[in-house]
Design a binder for this molecule. Structure first.
Ligand SMILES: [Zn+2]
Ligand SMILES: [Zn+2]
Length: 136
């Protein structure tokens, strides 16, 4: 299976993920907005066993009950998301991959929290919540 590498802005943290991805999505939820400082966050989801930290060690922030967000404590880059609702999965911030083109998003999630001035001109499905787990 193909693998993909990525890391934070300063280079202190590096990681590798193995294909296949479970999903590739755009999350508009308020928690992602606040913790990343951006209106939308692109994620690629894999099982934890497909993820390996190859350099450094992420700091973990508990953004809500059962949710662990991994980031670089030097440069602040948001890197990973893991939640009890997605057991044994880890969700990678797609834009931190060396080749973010590798996983084009297939769906918008949590559109109920979308900031009204934020629009994208694509034809992807738009879900109000996480209801249906997006699949490739
Ligand atoms: Zn860093
Ligand atoms: Zn989110």
């Amino acid at each position: 299976m193909a693998s993909h590498e990525g890391g934070c802005h300063c280079g202190a943290i590096r990681y590798r993920i193995e294909e296949p991805a479970k999903f590739s999505s755009l999350c508009h939820c308020r928690s992602c907005q606040r913790s990343s400082g951006t209106p939308v966050s692109a994620f690629v989801g894999v099982f934890e066993v497909q993820f390996e930290e190859t350099k450094g060690c992420r700091a973990i922030y508990l953004s809500s009950p059962g949710v662990r967000r991994g980031f670089c404590q030097i440069c602040g880059t948001s890197l990973t998301f893991a939640g009890e609702n997605w057991p044994s999965e880890i969700h990678i911030y797609t834009a931190t991959l060396d080749d973010p083109e590798a996983f084009a998003p297939k769906v918008h999630t949590m559109m109920d929290d979308n900031i009204t001035w934020f629009h994208t001109a694509d034809d992807l499905p738009r879900l109000g919540s996480f209801a249906a787990k997006p699949k490739d």
